[in-house]
Design a protein around this ligand. Structure first.
Ligand SMILES: NC(=O)c1ccc[n+]([C@@H]2O[C@H](COP(=O)([O-])OP(=O)(O)OC[C@H]3O[C@@H](n4cnc5c(N)ncnc54)[C@H](O)[C@@H]3O)[C@@H](O)[C@H]2O)c1
Ligand SMILES: Cc1cc2c(cc1C)N(C[C@H](O)[C@H](O)[C@H](O)COP(=O)(O)O)c1[nH]c(=O)[nH]c(=O)c1N2
Length: 166
């Protein structure tokens, strides 16, 4: 069978709603961060998640060299931060838009995230244009954001609980 055209694939993927995360790093190669929706839990023994990173991103060599990162899960109302880290904005400007704490490994952690996962990259696999980074979680933090943020249909949606039925 012939595979779907890229546009058709993306149109369908646009309906696969996903949490929005700012992935940060710091270390010998310097500080960097980017927005990722391609993040998911792999196993909880040992706690491991994956992040898909486009090898053509300007931040790619920095993440490659540092080998540590933090997955900052954005909350309701933080779509501006997602757009800032989603491309083209100079790195200093991205980080100036929020308050950061320091993880034990020296990686910036977003104080206002819904949750944050401090990780080491333990494995990576090249698939097409992307690297799949397998990341072991050394520490978790529960942040101050109470409601989630979801990217669906190429737009952001604040995730507010439905009113209880009856
Ligand atoms: N996994 C990714 O790398 C990824 C995911 C979402 C958005 N983006 C970036 O943000 C831009 C805008 O996204 P959009 O959702 O508003 O519209 P879009 O039409 O470009 O993408 C729709 C959906 O297709 C998938 N997708 C898009 N580009 C991809 C890529 N290079 N690799 C794997 N999956 C991809 C994502 O699920 C995305 O939400 C994209 O063109 C891309 O540059 C990348
Ligand atoms: C909502 C949303 C979701 C994603 C992205 C963007 C946006 C707006 N981007 C693109 C990525 O954030 C962008 O390419 C980086 O900011 C790197 O850009 P620079 O090359 O540094 O400008 C992105 N890139 C990637 O490699 N993996 C991903 O999962 C995602 N997900």
């Amino acid at each position: 069978a012939t595979p779907p055209e890229r546009g058709d694939y993306r149109n369908a993927m646009a309906r696969l709603g996903a949490a929005v995360n700012v992935i940060t790093t710091d270390g010998p190669a310097g500080r960097a961060g980017f927005t990722a929706s391609a993040v998911c839990s792999v196993t909880d023994e040992p706690p491991t998640l994956l992040v898909c990173l486009n090898r053509s991103a300007s931040v790619y060599p920095i993440f490659q060299a540092n080998g540590v990162l933090c997955v900052n899960v954005l909350g309701a109302g933080q779509q501006q931060l997602s757009n800032l880290f989603g491309g083209k904005t100079p790195m200093a400007e991205r980080f100036a838009a929020a308050e950061w704490q320091m993880s034990r490994s020296g990686v910036p952690v977003l104080a206002e995230a819904a949750a944050a996962f401090e990780c080491r990259v333990v494995n990576r696999t090249e698939v097409g244009t992307h690297d799949v980074l397998f990341c072991e979680v050394d520490a978790v933090r529960m942040g101050s954001a109470a409601h989630g943020l979801v990217y669906f249909d190429r737009r952001y949606h604040d995730l507010l609980p439905q009113a209880a039925a009856h």
